[in-house]
Structures are given as structure tokens and as C-alpha cells.
Ligand binder design. Structure first.
Ligand SMILES: O=C(O)CCC(=O)C(=O)O
Ligand SMILES: [Fe+2]
Length: 294
């Protein structure tokens, strides 16, 4: 391990807001330091308040990322999408534009429509932590929206309607899904049949109610696709309006952590995709949810 030039303590933790609707920067945390319970509690408080938290100027190895992430819960081994794991690190997804084994990266187009991670599984992600190793000189930004605020700003009547709905998530609605390797597409579809989750999620820790509808929802359970479509479109448009969004402009060494129960995100193609953009993601597993539909 490299010598530490400026060992720091994780004692004085502050968060400063990055956006009006969501987003906060955590100051005073070095991911290489061991995480104590007070630090975890302070970060959690900031995370519940801001929904997306950002740690800048980190110099974290894959092991540092995993140790930090484990402080916040059990990590997913990504068995639902087994092709994207970093070699030797099943708990890290490699999201990269860099060719692998002489072939285009299968993760070059991950996250291109608004979504919450692993909503198409019976154990949707509680949280995701994405670390930027390398980024293009311009762009490659990620946008986040606040789904608790999206829910709160609906009318009472519309809240009553969505409270009674289940969103049916379909992995084939992942943007660019069919541009991936056909064998992989078939296998990930087999592993992830369409699944219904409540259209409003109650956060298990904070009790916050948040809309749980995305561009990967095919229909509402018990309704036809034609009946569902205008409502899905309205809710997505309502949730992703500019005033409800934080846009993250990456720097290498950023760790961005989002709460998948209260946010959605989208990875933008606002960059030259021949340029390297290389990210590592750890995923904190959530509670089991939903039922597979026929
Ligand atoms: O690459 C990104 O900015 C985000 C991709 C994504 O959707 C994810 O890591 O969950
Ligand atoms: Fe994602």
C-alpha cells in the first residue's frame, strides 16, 4: 500500500448542499481511513437529507471502495448482471467505455434512461456508490432526480392513485439493451423476468414516501399498457423536470452515492464515446420486494 502523505481523521463531517432539490457534498472523509460508527451515522444523516452525496478528491483503490461501501450494508455480488463485474471483484461493477478483450465494452451504455438500480430484480438496490477512475475531458455527466419531492408535489388525488399501484419493471426497457451481446441479452432476460413493485416506496430507515416509477416500467399491474402509458409518461416527466434534478459533473476521484429508494438517475451521452470513461460501482442490497408477473 502507498505511504499516506496526509493521514486524516474522519471526525469532523460536514455536508454542504449542491442543489436545491437534492445533492450534498460530504467534507472531511477520506475513504482510505477505517469507518467508525459515528462517521457512518453522520454520513447517513446527510444522505437522508440530500438523497445523493458526493465525496471529492478521493484516492481510493477497489478495496477501499468495498470497505467504505460495506459500512452501509451488505453488498450485492451482481449475480443478476454477471457479465459486468470487475475481474476478481464480484462486488464491483465496471462501467466503462474502454474495450475489453478486444471487443467493445458491454457496459459502455449503462444507465442511459431514467431509472433506479436493479428495480427489475426481486431485491432492488438500496444504494449505489459510483467511483470515477477516469473521465472524458468534456461531459460524461450523470443526472439525479428527487423521487420523494416528485411524490410530495403531486396533488392529493394523484398521490391516492399512485399509492394503490404496482409498477411492472422490464429489463428489456433498459435503453440500449438490445445493442449488447445477444447471448448476454438472452441470459439477463432469463435471470430477470418482469416484476411488479409498489409504485410508492416507503424508505425503511427514514419513512419517507417516494415515487417508484421509471422509464423502465412497462405498465401498472392490473392495467393495460395503453392505459398505463400516459400515466407513466406524466410521472416520469414530472419527476425529471429540471428543478427536481442535480447534475453531477465528474472529476476523477469522485465517489457519488445515491439512495435508490428516493432518487432516479440517468447517465448522459454528452461526451465523445471514443474517449475513456471508467467507473466502478458498489451496490448496497435492499429489502426483498415485489412479485414476478406472468
Ligand atoms: O455511469 C453512470 O454515470 C451511471 C450508470 C448507472 O446507471 C449506474 O451505475 O447505476
Ligand atoms: Fe444505474
Amino acid at each position: 500500500m502507498a505511504a499516506r502523505e496526509h493521514p486524516r481523521r474522519n471526525a469532523a463531517i460536514e455536508a454542504r448542499p449542491l442543489g436545491y432539490a437534492l445533492g450534498g457534498e460530504i467534507l472531511g472523509v477520506d475513504m482510505r481511513d477505517p469507518l467508525d460508527a459515528d462517521t457512518v451515522a453522520a454520513i447517513r444523516r446527510a444522505w437522508h437529507a440530500h438523497h445523493v452525496i458526493v465525496l471529492r478528491d478521493q484516492n481510493a483503490s477497489p478495496d477501499d471502495i468495498l470497505r467504505f461501501a460495506r459500512g452501509f450494508g451488505d453488498l450485492d455480488d451482481h449475480a443478476q448482471t454477471p457479465f459486468y463485474r470487475k475481474d476478481g471483484y464480484p462486488e464491483l461493477l465496471e462501467i466503462t467505455t474502454k474495450p475489453k478483450d478486444g471487443k467493445p465494452s458491454e457496459t459502455r451504455n449503462v444507465g442511459r434512461n431514467w431509472h433506479s438500480d436493479y428495480a427489475y430484480t426481486p431485491r432492488p438496490a438500496a444504494a449505489s456508490m459510483l467511483y470515477c477512475v477516469e473521465k472524458p475531458p468534456i461531459g460524461g455527466d450523470t443526472m439525479f432526480c428527487n423521487m420523494a419531492r416528485a411524490y410530495e408535489t403531486l396533488s392529493d388525488t394523484m398521490r391516492g392513485i399512485v399509492d394503490g399501484l404496482h409498477s411492472v419493471y422490464d429489463i428489456s426497457l433498459v435503453a440500449g439493451f438490445y445493442e449488447r451481446d445477444p447471448a448476454e441479452v438472452a441470459e439477463t432476460k432469463r435471470l430477470n423476468p418482469p416484476i411488479a413493485h409498489p409504485a410508492v416506496k416507503v424508505h425503511p430507515e427514514s419513512g419517507t414516501r417516494a415515487l417508484y416509477v421509471s422509464e423502465r416500467v412497462a405498465y401498472f399491474h392490473g392495467m393495460t399498457a395503453a392505459e398505463s402509458r400516459p400515466l407513466i409518461d406524466f410521472l416520469c416527466e414530472h419527476a425529471t423536470g429540471p428543478e427536481n434534478v442535480y447534475r453531477h459533473v465528474w472529476r476523477p476521484g469522485d465517489l457519488v452515492c445515491w439512495d435508490n429508494r428516493t432518487t432516479m438517475h440517468v447517465a448522459l451521452t454528452d461526451f465523445d464515446q471514443n474517449q475513456p470513461r471508467h467507473m466502478l460501482r458498489a451496490t448496497v442490497v435492499g429489502e426483498p420486494s415485489g412479485f414476478v408477473v406472468d
